[in-house]
Design a protein around this ligand. Structure first.
Ligand SMILES: Nc1ncnc2c1ncn2[C@@H]1O[C@H](COP(=O)(O)OP(=O)(O)OP(=O)(O)O)[C@@H](O)[C@H]1O
Length: 591
């Protein structure tokens, strides 16, 4: 119902839904803008009165001094009120832009990972950063100025109609012609803008990919081909933009030449009327000055067409993002009790092809369950299904005895700590990166968790210690250190269920001990579901599940599997020989 309403509302209305309590400020800004425009006419009227009185020989000394002062005051007030008006409207604009960004980001956390991954990060960046920024001019300028720009010419034209309707038409003519020409320029803009947006999004995506993939590009000497793709996306944006400007410039130049030339109409018409005796000299002067006074307002209309087109483009794209299907939240969420995890005949596929075929297992509270199996067998997928990054296609995932689809997302998130393969660090201090685990944690708690995870010693190496920005530190952190930071996050969160996805994948033997130590701290007394290629780390698991092609082919303890599962035995032998090889390497290096 809400969605339907959103679909049918005007783009401006759709944007102003994000203004929240700042809407009144916009009304205030409009009032100030109208007053500013009215005071903008005052100098013209003052000059007209001055000339009239001079021509009619009624100009006294007081008026000769007073009228320029009035003109100056009008000029000053016009600019002062305009400044106040734009200050208010900018506050509203930035509030709206902030609210759009926050709402979109919140929305992303409520949809499945599949939906998020269906768009490139470049597309998201374009919408959340660039497009949202483009709304500043329409909101901060177009709305207040447009209303003032309509009201003032209307009042002036009504006044001119009282003098002579032909003078009124002459004063309005260039404004109307200029605006019609400019409006014609915008016909077909929608299609061109779509092309521009698509090429810009592609350029953004290529830049993000280029920067993120720099290591691979260098390692595989792909600089030339990656640069080619990047360059062609930049050239495409240039070509589309040039095409648009080629289309626009004749319209723009003509409308901008015609619009301010009201004198070209007013003067001949006025002179004809004056010589015919239809208007007096003082009326003629007043008409000429007033027609010049409204030129600025009529020019503002041009910006309004442009701004309206921008809002009409951006708002539906924001709305489309907000309409992304959310992972359904139960209307009456159930509560989970305990920290058992159970999968019942789970089937799941990314898109059409199923990758998990009927997996069932139960992990009792406080026990360790290890998932092992060849690459691509579905271990990470199962871990992500438990954390409800996706919903299962059939079967059920139960946490604390309740189907995860019947738990509120916040309840589920509180229950589970997920330490994944990609230990993403946000562009903020190391302290705040750890604090993500528990936003209300004190500095002491953060440092305690870091110490438990063995991060304190490497964090102390940085001159700014915990206040080091993760972006600056990132390049100097080893894979193992990044993982320990992620573990510190999870220790701070202290959730009863911990999922470790390949948490030891990047460690060298020297660091493995430290990492294992921090994992032990994290998982003590918790339900642990762990994916590890280094089988030595999961030898003592309560149960080990061997996964092959999305199915559990064997299950049991380490000892049981050595005799019952050929796949496990092969994996164990391979693991042992790798360990032997690395030990031999170490020995030969030390010799
Ligand atoms: N986001 C995704 N979209 C489409 N297919 C995916 C996605 N993630 C994984 N897959 C596919 O699902 C299957 C299982 O992948 P998964 O990552 O769960 O395996 P894994 O056992 O964890 O592998 P590895 O040990 O190499 O990490 C693979 O065929 C993989 O290509």
């Amino acid at each position: 119902m809400k969605k339907e309403k959103a679909k049918h509302e005007s783009p401006y209305k759709g944007i102003f839904r994000f203004a929240s309590e700042k809407k009144q400020q916009l009304t205030f800004s409009v009032i100030l803008s109208v007053l500013s425009s009215i005071f903008g006419i005052v100098p013209y009227i003052a000059v007209a009165v001055l000339l009239q009185s001079a021509l009619e020989g009624r100009l006294t000394m007081e008026w000769a001094v007073l009228l320029p002062v009035i003109a100056l005051c009008g000029f000053f007030l016009k600019h002062w009120l305009y400044a106040k008006s734009t200050l208010c409207s900018h506050k509203v604009a930035y509030e709206i832009i902030k609210n759009i960004r926050v709402t979109v980001m919140r929305k992303m956390s409520k949809v499945s990972m599949g939906t998020v991954q269906s768009k490139s990060s470049g597309e998201f960046k374009q919408l959340i950063m660039d497009d949202a920024d483009r709304l500043e001019v329409p909101i901060a300028h177009a709305i207040p100025e447009m209303i003032a720009s309509t009201l003032v010419p209307v009042l002036v034209i009504l006044y001119l109609l009282l003098i002579d309707w032909r003078m009124a038409l002459a004063a309005l003519a260039t404004g109307v012609i200029g605006n019609v020409i400019y409006y014609c320029m915008l016909i077909g803009r929608g299609e061109m803008m779509k092309e521009y947006m698509a090429s810009n999004a592609n350029m953004n995506a290529t830049i993000v990919e280029y920067v993120n993939g720099m290591e691979v590009i260098k390692a595989f000497n792909q600089t030339a081909s990656s640069m080619d793709r990047f360059q062609s996306s930049v050239l495409k944006v240039r070509d589309v933009t040039t095409k648009w400007y080629r289309h626009c410039w004749p319209f723009m130049s003509i409308s901008q030449a015609v619009l301010p030339s009201s004198i070209a109409f007013v003067l001949p018409v006025g002179m004809a009327l004056f010589s015919g005796g239809a208007v007096s000299l003082s009326e003629l002067i007043l008409c000429i000055l007033l027609s010049m006074a409204i030129v600025g307002s009529l020019q503002t209309f041009l910006d309004f067409w442009e701004s309206t087109a921008v809002v009409a483009e951006v708002q539906p794209r924001i709305q489309a993002l907000l309409d992304m299907e959310e992972l359904p939240e139960p209307t009456q969420p159930k509560h989970s009790t305990g920290a058992n995890v159970e999968l019942k005949d789970v089937h799941f596929g990314y898109g059409d092809s199923e990758v998990i075929h009927g997996v069932s297992f139960a992990a009792k509270a406080g026990t360790v369950t290890a998932l092992v199996g060849p690459s691509g067998s579905g271990k990470s997928t199962l871990a992500k299904l438990i954390a409800r990054f996706w919903d299962v296609d059939a079967g059920a995932v139960l946490v604390g005895g309740t189907d995860v689809r019947e738990l509120s997302l916040s309840d589920l998130t509180e229950k589970i700590s997920f330490v994944s393969q990609d230990n993403f660090l946000f562009n903020m201090s190391l302290r705040d990166n750890i604090r993500i685990g528990k936003p209300e944690a004190t500095d002491k708690e953060v440092e305690w968790a870091a110490a438990q995870a063995g991060c304190d010693e490497f964090i102390a190496r940085f001159p700014k210690s915990y206040d080091t920005n993760a972006g600056d530190a990132g390049a100097r952190l080893s894979g193992g250190e990044r993982q320990r930071l992620a573990i510190a996050r999870a220790i701070l969160k202290n959730a009863p269920i911990v999922i470790l996805d390949e948490a030891t994948a990047f460690t060298d033997p020297e660091n493995e001990d430290k990492l294992q130590h921090s994992i032990d701290k994290l998982t003590k007394g918790k339900t642990l579901i762990v994916i590890a290629h280094r089988l030595s780390t999961i030898m003592y698991a309560d149960q080990i599940l061997v996964l092959e092609d999305g199915q559990i082919t064997s299950r049991g303890t380490h000892e049981q599997l050595l005799t019952s599962s050929e796949t496990y035995l092969d994996m164990w032998k391979a693991h042992i020989s790798t360990m032997d090889w690395s030990m031999n390497q170490e020995v030969s290096e030390s010799c």
